[in-house]
Structure formats: structure tokens, C-alpha cells
Write a protein that binds this ligand. Structure first.
Ligand SMILES: [Zn+2]
Length: 240
């Protein structure tokens, strides 16, 4: 993509800073995604006085080997509540879809519409549905439902910040909240045995430091921030 065009678009459609948001809706496929992808940023937003609502598309019922869906949902609900408390989340809404993608984008989109109308957030945070090789249907459905709702359904749609993205265009410094993020992640005890926990810690440590270097701080998280108007027929979307 021509740099000249990307620079022009940045001037034409300036992107808001995530940290300036005051009322944030996070739409998340499973318990733990919010903490892994955006836990530091959420803690930072809370420290700046923002209101943060979590909407969980599924209860993560398929996520514990050897447990029934019902048991797993209960365990993961408790873990999510604990993690949300650590981060200071104001409210959790459970949308109640089954873990594993056996439902439609349009149903989740309708729920997102209602949440947008009710909460009127000034930023929506969700997973990037275009992460290449992302095979989890819950993640693809979640990010797509949010994008479609913002593009097609609401009158004054807020911008979106996608996490788990390969094309971040904004970094949030979260050095003071890094420990809190890690603590919130490992509250999801059912998800990480010792070796997975070590991998997760090392991976996020390396990534947080890399993004931190890009933004002049110790640790940062990366997001793809887009305005709703650029969620359709916009050739620069990947590069802005
Ligand atoms: Zn997930």
C-alpha cells in the first residue's frame, strides 16, 4: 500500500486514542480472552476513570477436559468474575451462546445491537476476526458480529479496537498494570496447566516488551483501531 495514501487517510480520518474512551464495551468470545488480549488496557482505562462492561458471547463450556459443559461453564464463570474483579470491570453480561460456534453471526449481532443501544459506549473492544489462520469459530463470529453491528445497525457507532491482531496500529502503555494483567490471566486456573502457564507468561512478556519498546515504555498492548466507516470497501484498512 502506498505510504502517501495511508498518511492521507490518517489526516482525513484521525483515529481516537483508546485511553480517551470513557465508556467501553468489550465483546469477548470466551472467559479469559479479555485478560489475555487487553487486560492491561482495561486496567489502565479503569485507572483513568472509564466504565468498562464485559459481554461474554459464550461461557467457555467446551474449555475443560473431563468436565461436562455445565460444570465447565460454572467454573469458568467464577474464574471470569474473579478476573473481572481484579481488573475493576463494572459489569459482566453473559450472552449464553454455546462454546464451539454452533450459532449464527446474526444472533450475536442482534445482541450487540441491543448492548450498543443501551450502553452507548464510546469504544468497542473485541477480537480481530481476520487474524490469519484463526480457526476458532467463536472468535470469528464474535469479531464479525461486532463489525457488522457497527457498520450496519446503529446510528452513531463508536470506533472499534480489535485485539489478537496481526496489524496493530495503536499501542497502549500498561507497565503499571502488567502484574494485574498477569494475575487476572492466571485466575483462569482451569485453562492453564503449569507448562501452558509458563508458555503464556513468556509469550506475553516478550510481546508486551516488544510493543512497549515501540511506544517508549516497558510494557504495551497492541490494537487495530478502526472507525466504523472504514469497515466496508476500504482498501487501506489493513495498513492504516
Ligand atoms: Zn477465546
Amino acid at each position: 500500500m502506498e505510504e502517501e495514501m495511508v498518511n492521507f487517510v490518517h489526516k482525513l480520518l484521525p483515529l481516537p486514542r483508546i485511553e480517551e474512551s470513557r465508556d467501553v464495551l468489550c465483546v469477548l468470545p470466551h472467559p479469559d480472552d479479555g485478560e489475555l488480549g487487553a487486560g492491561g488496557t482495561v486496567a489502565r482505562l479503569k485507572s483513568l476513570g472509564a466504565k468498562v462492561t464485559y459481554a461474554l458471547v459464550t461461557g467457555g463450556g467446551a474449555g475443560i477436559r473431563g468436565k461436562s459443559r455445565e460444570e465447565a461453564r460454572e467454573i469458568r464463570k467464577r474464574e471470569q468474575e474473579k478476573a473481572a474483579e481484579i481488573l475493576g470491570i463494572d459489569e459482566i453480561r453473559w450472552l449464553g451462546y454455546p462454546d464451539g460456534g454452533e450459532y449464527d453471526v446474526k444472533d450475536v449481532r442482534r445482541d450487540v445491537d441491543s448492548l450498543l443501544e443501551e450502553i452507548e459506549p464510546d469504544l468497542v473492544v473485541t477480537v480481530d476476526p481476520f487474524l490469519l489462520y484463526e480457526m476458532h469459530p467463536d472468535h470469528r463470529i464474535c469479531g464479525t458480529a461486532v463489525g457488522q453491528a457497527l457498520l450496519l445497525d446503529v446510528e452513531s457507532p463508536p470506533p472499534v479496537a480489535f485485539f489478537f491482531t496481526a496489524h496493530p496500529n495503536q499501542f497502549v502503555c500498561v507497565s503499571e498494570h502488567w502484574e494485574t494483567k498477569m494475575k487476572a490471566i492466571f485466575t483462569h486456573e482451569s485453562q492453564f496447566d503449569r507448562s501452558t502457564a509458563k508458555l503464556i507468561e513468556e509469550y506475553f512478556e516478550a510481546k508486551g516488551r516488544l510493543y512497549g519498546r515501540k511506544s517508549g515504555c516497558e510494557y504495551a498492548e497492541g490494537f487495530k483501531v478502526l472507525l466504523p466507516v472504514t469497515l466496508h470497501a476500504f482498501e487501506e484498512a489493513m495498513w492504516v
